[in-house]
Design a protein around this ligand. Structure first.
Ligand SMILES: CC(C)(COP(=O)(O)OP(=O)(O)OC[C@H]1O[C@@H](n2cnc3c(N)ncnc32)[C@H](O)[C@@H]1O)[C@@H](O)C(=O)NCCC(=O)NCCS
Ligand SMILES: Nc1ncnc2c1ncn2[C@@H]1O[C@H](COP(=O)(O)OP(=O)(O)OP(=O)(O)O)[C@@H](O)[C@H]1O
Length: 198
């Protein structure tokens, strides 16, 4: 069984994915894959340097994520360019890993955590999609705190994504992560039971 999992930036996707993994699910994490396709020596990083310049590299040749983030989260054209360079490789790797995991243990749940699942039109890969939801104000608060961003920087990142209310309305299942972690764990446990996984 494969399920897509998404939400807004800092809505709690990694937190909820980790709870699923604790319960015995397998995980494919698009953010991890996105980092792997931009490792030194990768063709994707070389193409990004050609587009955005050497300034996006650290002295040791690894990607300066803060520098590239500062460029693309403020400039929709730059972001689109980065998406064009990175997304085909990310998409390919997501599909490879999720189908490989499904074959390994067919009865085990595979959670595929993709922040831009709807924006990149990957929803058609999944029959069922979980959206991790928090109201926009809480999303901004948690993002500012986790990444030490100003309100303006945090809003810039939110505006790079589909509104979280719209994602919620498209979901098969919603996990509301606006309460404490225990409350979120209970919702995951209830969904686990509902899916007949206990
Ligand atoms: C711009 C980069 C270097 C910033 O790195 P940074 O370490 O600051 O953030 P990180 O990668 O941990 O992403 C944090 C969150 O930002 C959001 N985000 C990332 N990239 C994008 C994007 N292109 N558009 C909208 N939101 C994005 C996602 O919600 C993600 O979970 C990095 O996010 C990146 O390479 N993005 C392009 C690849 C991509 O689209 N990744 C998103 C998941 S597939
Ligand atoms: N129920 C909760 N109560 C309080 N804080 C929480 C809760 N869930 C998550 N957080 C905190 O909110 C922040 C965002 O959570 P998390 O990193 O899981 O979100 P994410 O959706 O995976 O983020 P991203 O889109 O950047 O990958 C983190 O600092 C996390 O510790």
């Amino acid at each position: 069984m494969i399920m897509g999992l998404t939400g807004g930036i800092a809505s709690g996707k990694s937190t909820v994915s980790a709870i699923f993994v604790d319960k015995g699910a397998r995980l494919v994490d698009a953010d991890v894959i996105a980092r792997e396709v931009m490792l030194p020596e990768s063709p994707v990083l070389a193409a990004a340097v050609q587009e955005f310049g050497e300034e996006i590299l650290q002295p040791d040749g690894t990607l300066n994520r803060a520098r590239l983030g500062a460029i693309v989260f403020h400039d929709p054209d730059a972001r689109q360019k980065l998406n064009e360079l990175t997304h085909p490789a990310i998409r390919r790797e997501i599909k490879n890993r999720m189908y490989a995991l499904e074959q390994e243990v067919p009865q085990q749940l595979v959670i595929v955590d993709i922040p831009l699942l709807y924006e990149s039109r990957l929803d058609n890969l999944f029959q069922e999609i979980i959206v991790v939801y928090v109201p926009r104000e809480l999303q901004l608060d948690r993002l500012m705190e986790r990444n030490t961003l100003t309100m303006e920087q945090a809003e810039g990142r939110l505006s790079a994504q589909m509104d979280i209310e719209q994602k919620r309305s498209k979901a098969t299942y919603v996990i509301d992560n606006s309460g404490n972690l225990d409350n979120t764990r209970q919702q995951v446990a209830a969904l686990w039971d509902r899916l007949g996984l206990s």
